[in-house]
Ligand binder design. Structure first.
Ligand code: PMP
Length: 429
């Protein structure tokens, strides 16, 4: 595979950008290769600067559920940009977008738009603390909620990928207020509430985890978590930055039939433009300024280009209901991979929910971060490189989910399974 231009650009990038990138996982550091620089993308495909073509399962880490450069979304952005790029004042588009979110997500009565998933979770935590008057929060090992100070403790995604152990730069006094518990273990939650229940402002969880690879807890687990948080007047925050509008139009909460107090959103809500949001019960949201005392603001929040891109994407999702089809495609891919795992006797397990999927290189059932960490990372890396060489672009870490879009065709899935078969022959043989 020719990668000369990418290599040249990476050398140049490292002179001016920390690690040559603007977000750590993009550097491919844990894989031991240099990143490829992307030139363009369309549908399920991306092309790098050397002209190599890939079937893309990263999809900008999740936002592009309709595939790259969807014509309707691109046209909407072009049209709106004729009127200006930002006003820092209210627009009608924001109302339409808020309506679309409130109608789609069962538990959201009011919403505030921000510019990223990180901002959404950071703000939701502040609101939970402000609303309850309590200080401690509970998060789960391997869940990643962006890089806000309170949440960057035992985090998944790039923190797990790079094996960064502690939280340098985050005052111990603050980190101490974050209680970290094993994912998918209700006894641990019961115990923590018995001990600290009076001072727990909120529990934040990825309802289906994607940042330690894909892991879905049982309905009973989520039901009990809902009950316990209610019992202790602690807010339940579902971080649906990854799962929102991806697993269903109403996100994981539609699938599980559970209503959190607050929900955070990102990725799909912006169709690849910088949008995040947090929302929930009106009574709680009204604690946010200017109605309430909890301050949170943003110069570019509700930006018209971002709003129209997200809105158009949500409208298409609502109109087309692509979720049964995404489930069908996901199932085909999952079953194909499982057959290949058996055929080539690979020590691996596949976890999937709808269009989110991870192959873990362990023969253990993966139900929490400990299980995920039992994956053989050397095998993952070999597999990763082999797939890249065959034109399949996966997330460059074992602790991430791969995503399908409506643009992935049957032929793409066929090609991907063929590439996996060839890679398994290499790594298994
Ligand atoms: N929460 C979850 C569940 C995420 O997956 C991510 C990003 N991967 C974030 C929060 C942070 O979002 P952003 O990168 O947009 O700040």
């Amino acid at each position: 595979m020719k990668l000369e231009k990418s290599k040249k650009l990476f050398k140049e990038a490292q002179k001016y950008l920390v690690g040559g990138v603007n977000s750590p996982v993009r550097a491919f550091k844990s894989i031991g290769i240099e990143p490829i620089f992307i030139e363009k993308a369309k549908g399920s495909r991306v092309w790098d600067v050397d002209g190599n073509e890939y079937i893309d399962y990263v999809l900008s880490w999740g936002p592009l559920i309709l595939g790259h450069a969807n014509d309707q979304i691109i046209n909407a952005i072009k049209q709106v940009s004729n009127y200006g790029t930002s006003f820092g004042a209210p627009t009608e588009l924001e109302i339409e977008m808020a309506k679309a979110v409130v109608e789609a997500v069962p538990s959201i009565e009011m919403v505030r738009f921000v510019n990223s998933g990180t901002e959404a979770t950071m703000s939701a935590i502040r609101l939970a603390r402000g609303y309850t008057g309590k200080k401690k929060i509970i998060k789960f090992e391997g869940c990643y909620h962006g890089h806000g100070d309170s949440l960057l403790v035992s985090a998944g995604s790039g923190v797990a990928t790079l094996g960064i152990p502690g939280t340098p730069g985050i005052p111990e006094e603050l980190a101490k207020l974050t209680i970290v518990l094993p994912y998918n273990d209700i006894d641990a939650v019961e115990e923590a509430f018995k001990k600290y229940g009076d001072d727990i402002a909120c529990v934040i969880i990825e309802p289906v985890a994607g940042n330690m690879g894909t892991i879905a807890p049982s309905k009973e687990y989520h039901q009990r978590l809902r009950e316990i948080t209610k019992e202790y007047n602690s807010l339940l925050i579902w971080d649906e930055v990854m799962t929102g509008f991806r697993l269903a139009l109403g996100g994981a909460q539609e699938l599980y039939g559970i209503e959190p107090d607050l929900t955070t959103l990102g990725k799909v809500i912006g169709a690849g433009l910088p949008v995040g949001a947090y929302g929930g019960k009106a009574e709680i949201m009204k604690y946010v300024a200017p109605e309430g005392p909890v301050y949170q603001a943003g110069t570019l929040s509700g930006n018209p280009l971002a709003m129209v891109a997200g809105l158009r994407q949500l409208e298409i999702l609502k109109e087309k209901n692509p979720y049964p089809d995404l489930e069908e495609k996901g199932k085909r891919l999952e079953e194909g991979i499982k057959q290949l795992i058996e055929k080539y006797n690979i020590k691996a397990t596949v976890n999937r929910v709808g269009s989110m999927m991870t192959i873990f290189f362990t023969d253990k059932e993966v139900k929490n971060f400990e299980d995920a960490k039992s994956s053989d990372l050397e095998t993952f890396n070999k597999f990763y490189i082999s797939m890249l060489e065959k034109g399949i672009y996966l997330a460059p870490s074992q602790f991430e989910a791969s995503f399908l879009s409506t643009a992935h065709s049957d032929e793409d899935i066929e090609k991907t399974l063929n590439a996996i078969e060839d890679s398994f022959k290499e790594i298994g043989g």
